[in-house]
Design a protein around this ligand. Structure first.
Ligand code: SF4
Length: 432
């Protein structure tokens, strides 16, 4: 299988000495491809030498992807905003009967799938609230309807929070891990192709209890993704930051994701001759001579039998219209720094996404130079969080995405959901 990840890697580069002596040892580790500790992460967050942090993240990003920057053509479907929970940071949810509450009919969903197909989208991203009454069969019917209308479309659907909700309402396979797997199998059979990374927020019990009590905790979120990976599904991971959490809690979040990815990739890494350290660390971000592009995990190739985390997506918190409206939200510099630290700490994640719809396109351009290699897609009808204006019609053209990437100094590469290069002729496309 050819892929977007098979281009020649950029030559290994040396880092300029940081102005902050506290970063000297960290820079040496990054050059050598050694794993960073939580204390290193804290130093990266604390330093005033932000340029040194960004340079380190950029070095790692160029080792993995050279000057390529990925985008995709996708369509979002938020099938309902009715939700049994009331997370404080969420401006999306409504209660049944409340003004603004909606549920898309199956006809609407079919129409959206046809629009996606006709516009040449490669992916439909499907998420919604935890609807208190819709039966499990509604969700499998929804996937089948999309599949029937647009067979080529990859369906990335349902956060881990929704999967646990579906397990509860379906009563499939019991309450535990096997129940999650049973639900995932049914969804896969109906057309599910991968899991999005939402619902992770920040993996910390204090933050959980204060800001999104009632939602699943970190262990359940991680278990859903582990189950998906065991079944061969790839997934992404998010981190919603800039609300009531501390930077140390962001680092803990990253460490939990990194540890799980170590376990997922261990057998594959050993088969590839990639060193696995005695404590189980699988580091993919070292010098190009040791970790050439061909060793990036790709689905179904190079002896990889499981799915894995493809991408970390740091998401800045937007206070508007949420119960945490009194908080200021993160600044642009904090967005840059958090993304760069994520790139450096998550050394076993192939990709880091600057999700333009929440970061804004100008910010995403800067983040391409701070460790990001992906800015997501054309994105139609994304109404979970709005960074731009009041409307919910969030869309940009392929030409604008490409121009933004080129202006940032990179070569735009259209990818599919699994980061394979897309070859396109208008609305017709195939994986190259
Ligand atoms: S964040 Fe998700 S689970 Fe929480 S209230 Fe909003 S839609 Fe519901």
């Amino acid at each position: 299988m050819s892929s977007a990840a098979t281009a020649a890697p950029a030559p290994a580069a040396r880092l300029r000495a940081p102005a902050d002596p506290a970063l000297a040892q960290i820079a040496r580790k990054v050059e050598a491809g050694e794993r960073l500790t939580a204390a290193d992460g804290a130093a990266l967050f604390a330093t005033r030498d932000i340029h040194a942090v960004l340079r380190m993240a950029d070095l790692v990003r160029r080792r993995l992807h050279g000057d390529q920057a990925f985008f995709n053509i996708n369509r979002h479907l938020n099938y309902s905003n009715v939700c049994a929970l009331s997370c404080k940071f969420c401006a999306f949810h409504r209660k049944k009967g409340q003004e603004g509450a909606y549920e898309h009919s199956m006809d609407d969903i079919r129409a959206e799938a046809r629009k996606a197909r006709d516009s040449g989208a490669t992916e439909m991203h499907v998420v919604g609230g935890l609807h208190p009454w819709l039966p499990f069969g509604h969700y499998t019917d929804m996937l089948r309807a999309i599949r029937e209308e647009a067979p080529q479309l990859h369906i990335k659907a349902f956060t881990a929070v929704e999967i646990v909700h579906l397990q509860r309402i379906s009563k499939r396979g019991g309450d535990g891990y096997e129940g999650v797997k049973a639900v995932l199998r049914d969804l896969m059979e109906a057309g599910l192709g991968s899991l999005p990374g939402g619902g992770a927020e920040v993996f910390d019990d204090r933050v959980h209890d204060e800001a999104f009590k009632g939602k699943i905790r970190s262990d359940q979120w991680l278990d859903v993704h582990r189950a998906a990976h065991e079944l061969g599904l790839n997934s992404n991971a998010t981190m919603l930051y800039g609300h009531i959490e501390e930077r140390s809690e962001r680092l803990h979040h990253m460490e939990l994701l990194r540890t799980q990815q170590d376990h997922t990739l261990a057998a594959w890494a050993q088969a590839q001759g990639i060193p696995v350290s005695p404590d189980g660390a699988v580091v993919l971000t070292g010098p190009a001579a040791r970790y050439p592009h061909e060793r990036l995990p790709m689905p179904g190739s190079r002896g990889l039998t499981t799915g894995y985390f493809q991408t970390i997506i740091p998401l800045p918190f937007f206070p508007n219209a949420s119960e945490l409206e009194h908080l200021p939200g993160p600044t642009g510099l904090e967005n840059l720094r958090t993304l760069a630290v994520a790139r450096l700490m998550l050394d076993n994640f192939p990709h880091v996404k600057a999700f333009w719809i929440m970061q804004t396109l100008p910010m995403a351009q800067l983040e391409l130079q701070a460790g990001a290699d992906d800015i997501d897609g054309t994105v139609v009808w994304y109404d979970i969080t709005k960074a731009v204006g009041e409307g919910n019609h969030q869309e940009t053209s392929v030409a604008d995405l490409k121009r933004a990437i080129r202006e940032a100094g990179f070569v735009p590469v259209e990818r599919d959901t699994l980061y394979r290069r897309v070859e396109r002729d208008g609305a017709s496309w195939r994986v190259g």
